[in-house]
Design a protein around this ligand. Structure first.
Ligand SMILES: [Zn+2]
Length: 137
């Protein structure tokens, strides 16, 4: 089971997806609660996209993750997710995203003008490369 409660960040993410022709990236700060480990998103910290092909991929500026971790620590929270936009593709993880999920095994939220998707690495069988779709609240 994988559930993420975005609260008002859902609208923010949808707005971001529709507002730029390049991929935007950021980190979701929040906490896990309940016996099912539902993720509650409290804040979104944007990172700079350093890719030269930013209309179809992102490479987050490495120092920006330090900012996200510092903000999370100051708020007593954790970095619980990676957020990015697909300005002209559906909100599903790409092959490149799947590679990134191996390095960042936390929830990945993809926003496009068509909607939102959330994914967690690791299938029910625990196989490498498997991905679960999360419920978004
Ligand atoms: Zn992507």
């Amino acid at each position: 089971m994988c559930t993420i409660n975005l609260g008002p960040l859902r609208e923010v993410m949808m707005h971001l997806a529709a507002s730029s022709s390049v991929e935007l990236v950021g980190y979701v700060i929040g906490y896990k609660a309940g016996h099912e480990g539902e993720i509650h998103a409290s804040a979104l910290i944007m990172a700079r996209n350093m890719s030269k092909a930013a209309e179809k991929e992102f490479i987050a500026e490495p120092r920006d993750i330090l900012v996200a971790h510092t903000v999370a620590e100051n708020l007593g929270l954790d970095v619980v997710g990676v957020f990015h936009t697909h300005p002209s593709c559906p909100p599903v993880v790409s092959a490149k995203d799947r590679e990134g999920m191996r390095n960042w095994p936390i929830v990945w939220i993809v926003a496009s003008p068509r909607g939102l998707g959330a994914y967690m690495p690791g299938g029910s069988g625990g196989g490498i490369g498997e991905i679960r779709r999360c419920t978004i609240r």
